[in-house]
Design a protein. Structure first.
Length: 87
């Protein structure tokens, strides 16, 4: 698991993983990210799904509607921890 400060760092890591043949990359995203990040995740074949960490259920619903790779919204830290363990 890696954290990224910006989209460029995420893009570099995804490209590196793709070169090694990894095509099942998952992301945990904050709802406060720009749509540009979600568009990038949506466009990458290697990123098969994303989990959204969000305190606002309305915003989570909108993001899940607009970006189909966001499969699961989590509204608290216990949910995030449970999901990461499942992954």
């Amino acid at each position: 698991m890696n954290g990224f400060a910006d989209l460029a760092a995420l893009q570099k890591e995804v490209e590196t993983l793709e070169m090694t043949g990894k095509y099942r990359i998952r992301a945990i995203c904050s709802a406060s990210l720009d749509d540009e990040v979600y568009r990038y995740i949506q466009s990458k074949f290697s990123m098969d799904r994303a989990m959204l960490f969000c305190g606002n259920k309305t915003k989570a619903s909108i993001l899940m509607r607009d970006f189909s790779k966001i499969k699961i919204p989590c509204f608290g830290y216990p949910e995030v921890i449970r999901l990461v363990k499942q992954w």
